[in-house]
Design a protein around this ligand. Structure first.
Ligand SMILES: Nc1ncnc2c1ncn2[C@@H]1O[C@H](COP(=O)(O)OP(=O)(O)O)[C@@H](O)[C@H]1O
Ligand SMILES: [Mg+2]
Length: 446
């Protein structure tokens, strides 16, 4: 077995067999992705109408179906999140805890939070969404909710418009002014850089718990662990449900891809789906992105079926596009791989591990490396060299020894590069196709 196969094998064992355990209410059941892949009619109802070529409609349908820019808001479109939803419902709706939803960029945090809000709403809570902005203090984080908050009559007039609200005031307002169960979902909380604000938010959560507030807070942000977002008081931990946004399992990602294809009037050959699922390493963002490129290739060839060659070409195109947009990171990876020699597999492994859980430690990489490649190629010395090679792409802003890729979307591309995806086609055709893709994307509103 080559290292790629071994890695795949090892990954599959990682993904499989985790017992679900938790109950899930009946209504959370999703429509299973269609088993047969009979293409449905494309969304382009008026094909050929208005003098436009039918092909443009189909392309637009591909862009719409595989869109990577819009979070999922419909529960039926949310793949592989039953366990997360059940845990959030249990902790937040039933046990009345606050929650923290965290994970990598593109892992599906906003999508999960939206669908969860929707379900909580159905369960009788008012769910309100907001987004943190850089430099916001607690007033900046919570004041925007006041307009929509179900405040008792007369309370709104007592809120000072010209002075920032402090945490005690906000807590009093929530406790005395709101008697309906309300969830405030604060997305992009990672943008709040000030330690002081993060600390104050933790104190506010604690105050709200102590005061038996009917208002609960759900924070959402990019982080590798709880400490990355919130320097939570130890006593807060009991009242805070930390919900990591884990990689999506292979079958669920495959189902998602089939569904997207179906919406665009296309269908996937099984090998093509599996190739994309492998490259996405659990990430819905990458699955959609790679799927879109593959679908465009099938479409360009005038086929309804997305075949393996479309998927392979799509991966190379997605990689080329990423390297155009992130040239510095790409150069770091190129250099690392060029110097890696027998450590190529270890570099890919670092990408795979980071795609699974963003925080890389020497220990984690050593354990997996030894497991996979043995002591010589995967042990401590090999790990030191591997980390050294990719160091310029890593940051260490949490705890010492906890490394993360500065660009949390990049690990999948590193793995593609290590797999040699860029070398499957000559540079000129990559450049040409990327240009095509770019032209196509203009004005589509992605
Ligand atoms: N569970 C899921 N099922 C299907 N698509 C998903 C899922 N989670 C995320 N996506 C898609 O992946 C992309 C990134 O999702 P998003 O929720 O915005 O991630 P994040 O907030 O973590 O950056 C979006 O296109 C979204 O539609
Ligand atoms: Mg988001």
């Amino acid at each position: 077995m080559g290292w790629t196969e071994r890695l795949q094998h090892w990954l599959q064992s990682l993904f499989s067999g985790e017992p679900g355990g938790r109950r899930i209410p009946e209504r959370l059941e999703y429509a299973a992705p269609a088993e047969d892949e009979t293409p449905v009619m494309p969304i382009s109802g008026g094909r050929g109408a208005g003098g436009q070529p039918a092909i443009a409609f189909r392309r637009n349908a591909v862009f719409a179906a595989f869109n990577t820019a819009v979070p999922v808001s419909d529960r039926h479109g949310l793949a592989g999140r039953k366990k997360e939803l059940a845990r959030l419902i249990d902790a937040v709706v039933k046990q009345r805890k606050h929650a923290l939803i965290y994970g990598a960029r593109g892992s599906g945090k906003t999508s999960l939070a939206r669908v969860f809000g929707d379900l909580a709403d159905e369960a009788g809570c008012v769910a309100l969404y907001g987004s943190a902005s850089e430099g916001a203090d607690v007033d900046g984080l919570f004041r925007p909710f006041l307009d929509e908050l179900p405040l008792q009559r007369g309370i709104a007039a007592s809120i000072p418009a010209d002075k920032p609200l402090g945490i005690q005031q906000i807590a009093n307002l929530f406790v005395q002014g709101v008697n309906q169960r309300t969830l405030l979902i604060v997305d992009e909380f990672d943008r709040v850089a000030a330690e002081r604000t993060r600390h104050e938010v933790a104190s506010l959560l604690k105050l709200l718990t102590d005061m038996h507030s009917t208002v609960q807070i759900v924070l959402v942000g990019i982080a590798g662990n709880v400490d990355g977002l919130l320097a939570a008081h130890p006593s807060l931990r009991r009242h805070l449900a930390a919900q990591p946004v884990a990689p999506i399992e292979r079958d669920e990602l495959a189902g998602l891809l089939r569904l997207c294809a179906q919406q665009a009037g296309l269908s996937f050959e099984e090998e093509a789906v599996q190739t994309i699922v492998s490259a996405a390493i659990g990430s819905p963002y990458h699955a959609r992105l790679f799927g879109m490129h593959a679908a465009l290739n099938a479409e360009a060839a005038g086929r309804d079926r997305i075949v393996l060659a479309d998927a392979q070409k799509g991966l190379a195109e997605a990689l080329a596009e990423w390297s155009d947009l992130t040239p510095d990171m790409c150069r770091v990876f190129e250099r690392a791989l060029a110097q890696a020699g027998s450590l190529r597999g270890m570099i890919a492994l670092a990408g795979v591990l980071a795609a699974h859980a963003p925080i890389l430690t020497f220990e984690r990489l050593t354990a997996a490396g030894t497991d996979l490649f043995g002591e010589e190629l995967g042990g401590a010395t090999a790990v030191d060299r591997t980390i050294g090679l990719i160091a310029p792409a890593l940051t260490e802003d949490g705890m010492p020894g906890e490394l993360q890729f500065a660009d949390s979307l990049s690990p999948q591309f590193l793995v593609l590069m290590a797999n040699g995806a860029a070398r499957t086609r000559d540079a000129a055709s990559v450049a040409r196709d990327t240009l095509d893709a770019r032209e196509l994307l203009q004005g589509v509103g992605l």
